[in-house]
Design a protein around this ligand. Structure first.
Ligand SMILES: Nc1ncnc2c1ncn2[C@@H]1O[C@H](COP(=O)(O)OP(=O)(O)O)[C@@H](O)[C@H]1O
Ligand SMILES: [Mg+2]
Length: 373
């Protein structure tokens, strides 16, 4: 079955599309990928409604506008790769999270109207994956762990899959584990803090530390790092999720108060990400009574050489890119949502109990049929 996965994460850097031919549970071939930023005005509008007090009108308008954008991006991906959209049988669209509350009563909101996507593309759409997991007592996140287990588990090697988006998350997969034997949770901010620092200092000219070049020039300030690590989130028992709201403006102000130069601030933020990942892996190891040897990294942060180096130093694990497993790290989550959509139409569960904390495995997503009459 040919499925398009559409992912737009918390970093708001844009929309990733991956078209895959799914052959079995964990077997697929990527046939096309395409990524690109949101139009500037749309990104601004999204920032204006994300985790903040806003007018419902703004949310309603964006819901339909994003539907148009997601449809365009799927069609563009097909066109660039010379694929007939008619050959695509299903779209799995995550949508844009504009609100997520990981504390009780847990709730979440992803927008990007599936009816618009189905109408414009003529393809069935699975969307709104998180709600069912929450209804089943889970946190609705993370949802990529099933993909991680199916793809990366190894009979004799303990592995940790790490995604470095706006937020970081790990799936700890002990050697020989099955789906119920893994543990997954958000590690805290991954690129989010670095991105904001860079955006502020370059007045929006740059939105991230390309290749980790700024961090590489700076020095990690141990005092500030220790202070940032004091956040009780890092010691909290999983399941747990971290959101944009915890690491926004106020958090940045706290860092700026240190009076450090930009290079040192970015270096410290980079070390902060690496150290929180290391802490998360230790926490997972303790809870699972397992040891890990390999760290498989996906998400945009995998392109940050300084961060990848610090991850190796602070975790002591062999760090590799998902590309080693045939998965382009930029499109790992888009591919994961293609697989989740496929599972939905097959009536198979998509959540992992020890990732979201749900009471039971559940079929995730809502199906919008494209048929016209
Ligand atoms: N070449 C690069 N060098 C360093 N960081 C990068 C690079 N490309 C992307 N990133 C980082 O990855 C982030 C986007 O990652 P992504 O996996 O798309 O996150 P999300 O799912 O939250 O949108 C960017 O905000 C940026 O911080
Ligand atoms: Mg992204």
């Amino acid at each position: 079955m040919r499925v398009a996965g559409v992912m737009s994460g918390t970093s708001l850097d844009g929309v990733d599309v991956a078209i895959v031919d799914i052959i079995g549970e964990a077997r697929f071939r990527t046939v096309a990928t395409d990524g690109g930023p949101y139009p500037k005005a749309v990104r601004q509008a999204l920032l204006g409604v994300s985790n903040t007090v806003t007018h419902v009108a703004a949310v309603s308008r964006l819901n339909f506008q994003l539907g148009e954008i997601y449809a365009q991006r799927v069609l563009r991906c097909c066109k660039k790769a010379g694929i007939d959209p008619k050959s695509v049988q299903l779209i799995g669209c995550h949508g844009q999270t504009i609100y997520h509350e990981g504390m009780k009563p847990v709730n979440t909101l992803q927008i990007g109207e599936a009816a618009v996507i189905a109408e414009r593309t003529g393809i069935d759409v699975v969307s709104n994956f998180r709600e069912r997991d929450i209804a089943a007592g889970g946190l609705g996140a993370p949802l990529v762990p099933l993909f991680d287990v199916l793809l990366f588990r190894h009979a004799r090697i303990g592995r940790v899959a790490l995604n470095l988006g706006g937020i970081g998350n790990i799936t700890a997969i002990p050697a020989g584990a099955d789906v119920d034997g893994v543990l997954a949770f958000d590690t805290g901010p991954a690129n989010m803090v670095m991105d904001q620092l860079v955006t502020r200092y370059t007045r929006g000219l740059e939105t991230y530390d390309r290749g980790g070049k700024i961090a590489a020039k700076g020095r990690v300030d141990v005092r500030l790092l220790d202070e940032l690590l004091r956040d009780p989130y890092f010691k909290k028992a999983p399941p747990k999720t971290a959101g944009r709201e915890q690491y926004g403006g106020e958090f940045l102000e706290r860092m700026m108060l240190s009076g450090l130069e930009i290079e040192d601030l970015v270096a410290t933020a980079t070390a902060f990400t690496a150290e929180t990942v290391a802490m998360a892996i230790r926490l997972a190891g303790k809870r699972l009574g397992a040891e890990f040897a390999e760290l498989i990294v996906g998400g945009g942060g995998a392109k940050n050489a300084c961060l990848m180096r610090m991850l190796g130093e602070r975790t002591g694990l062999r760090v590799m890119d998902t590309a080693k497993f045939g998965v382009d790290s930029d499109f790992k989550e888009a591919i994961a949502f293609a697989l989740l959509a496929y599972r939905m139409v097959r009536g198979r569960p998509g959540n992992v109990r020890r990732a979201t904390g749900a009471a039971h495995p559940a079929v995730l997503g809502k199906l919008t049929r494209a048929g016209r009459f």
